[in-house]
Design a protein around this ligand. Structure first.
Ligand code: RAM
Length: 337
C-alpha cells in the first residue's frame, strides 16, 4: 500500500511538472502583443484575454498598437520593441511580406516571434495561432453568400486593408472554392476596402449599393466592415441586400436575426484566441515548442493543440472551427464578446 501510494505520488508530481512545463511558467518574462490597429474592439477583446492568461503565468504583457493599419506603422512599433528586448513578440500582421526584415531582426536578437489572427510570412514567424482554418472560414463564408443570394446573382466583398494577410487569405480561399460548378451562378463584383475604419467602410458600402443596384449580398470578413455595412443597409429604407461575414456578436446584436440586415455571420471564440496565443508564446519562450510541424502542446483547462503545416507553407496552431452567430444565439454570445 505504501509503495502504491508513493508510486501514485511520483506519478502525480511528474504529471504536475509536465503540465506546468507544457503550459509554461513565465515569471519575469516580458511579452509584447502587437495588434493591426488601435480602436478596434476585436483586438481589445483578444488583448484582454491574452493579458489575463499571460499575467496569471507571471509575465508582463505590453499591448502596443501601430498608428495606422499599415506595415510601415508596425515596423516603427517593432523597431521600438526590439530596442527594449522583450522575451517575445506576438503580432497580428498588416502585411504578409513587408514585416519580414524587421521580424527576422527581432529573432536574430533572441526575441521569440509568434503571430495570431493575421500571419506574417513563414520566414517572419516561429508559429501562428490561426483562429479557425483558412479554408474552413472561406467555406463557411462562400456557403453563406450562396445561401443568402439564393444560389445566384451579384455579391460583393467589403474587406479591411488591401494588404491584410488574414483577409486576403480568406478571400483567396473563397475565390478558390467558388470555382466549383455549384457556385457558377454567383457573380463577384470588384472587392471594396474599408481599411478597418468605420467611416471608410460605410462609404465603401454606400458605393457598392450605388454602383450595383442588383447586388444581393455583401460579405465583410472584418468585424469593422460587417458592422458598418449591416448598419448602413438596415438604416436604408427599401434596401434588401443581405450582409454576412465575420463579426463580433456584441457589435452585431442590433443587426442580426430575422428581419434584420444580417441573418447570420461567423467568428470564433475570442477569449480562446487571446489565451491560446498567450500560452503558445510562453511555450515558445520556454522552449516547450519551437514551432515545428508535429509538435504538440497542452494547456490545462483549454485542451491539446498540435502544430500543423499551414496553407502558406509555415506552421500554425488551429484553434478550432468558425462559429455561427444567428437569431438563436446572438443575445447570449453578445454578452461574451
Ligand atoms: C477585424 C480585423 C481582424 C480580423 C477580424 C475578423 O477586426 O481585421 O484582423 O480577424 O476583423
Amino acid at each position: 500500500m505504501k509503495k502504491l501510494l508513493s508510486v501514485l505520488l511520483v506519478a502525480l508530481l511528474v504529471a504536475g511538472l509536465m503540465t506546468s512545463a507544457l503550459a509554461g511558467t513565465a515569471d519575469g518574462k516580458k511579452i509584447a502583443l502587437v495588434g493591426k490597429s488601435a480602436g478596434n474592439a476585436f483586438f481589445e477583446i483578444a488583448a484582454a484575454a491574452f493579458k489575463e492568461a499571460g499575467e496569471a503565468e507571471g509575465a508582463t504583457i505590453d499591448v502596443v498598437y501601430p498608428e495606422e493599419a499599415t506595415a510601415d506603422a508596425q515596423i516603427k512599433v517593432l523597431d521600438n520593441l526590439i530596442s527594449q528586448q522583450p522575451d517575445a513578440i506576438c503580432i497580428s500582421a498588416n502585411d504578409f511580406n513587408a514585416l519580414q526584415a524587421k521580424l527576422e531582426e527581432a529573432m536574430e536578437a533572441g526575441i521569440k516571434v509568434s503571430s495570431f489572427d493575421s500571419a506574417p510570412n513563414p520566414a517572419s514567424r516561429q508559429v501562428f495561432v490561426n483562429q479557425a482554418g483558412t479554408v474552413a472560414v472561406g467555406q463557411a463564408l462562400i456557403d453563406a453568400v450562396y445561401d443568402l443570394a439564393g444560389g445566384e446573382g451579384q455579391w460583393a466583398i467589403l474587406s479591411a486593408t488591401s494588404q491584410a494577410s488574414n483577409q486576403n487569405a480568406w478571400i483567396a480561399a473563397m475565390e478558390e472554392i467558388a470555382k466549383d460548378e455549384k457556385y457558377a451562378k454567383l457573380e463577384l463584383v470588384p472587392i471594396a476596402y474599408g481599411d478597418d475604419e468605420p467611416q471608410k467602410s460605410t462609404d465603401q458600402t454606400q458605393a457598392l449599393l450605388d454602383n450595383y443596384p442588383d447586388l444581393k449580398v455583401i460579405c465583410a470578413p472584418t468585424t469593422v466592415g460587417i458592422m458598418a455595412a449591416a448598419k448602413l443597409v438596415q438604416d436604408t429604407e427599401g434596401c434588401n441586400v443581405k450582409i454576412t461575414g465575420l463579426g463580433l456578436p456584441s457589435e452585431m446584436l442590433e443587426y442580426t436575426g430575422e428581419g434584420k440586415s444580417c441573418p447570420y455571420f461567423y467568428l470564433w471564440d475570442m477569449q480562446l484566441l487571446g489565451k491560446l496565443s498567450a500560452y503558445a508564446t510562453i511555450a515558445l519562450i520556454n522552449g516547450d515548442i519551437t514551432g515545428a510541424e508535429g509538435e504538440t502542446f497542452t494547456v490545462e483547462g483549454l485542451g491539446d493543440f498540435s502544430i500543423t503545416k499551414a496553407d502558406d507553407g509555415g506552421t500554425e496552431i488551429v484553434q478550432g472551427l468558425p462559429l455561427q452567430f444567428n437569431q438563436d444565439n446572438i443575445e447570449e454570445m453578445a454578452k461574451l464578446y
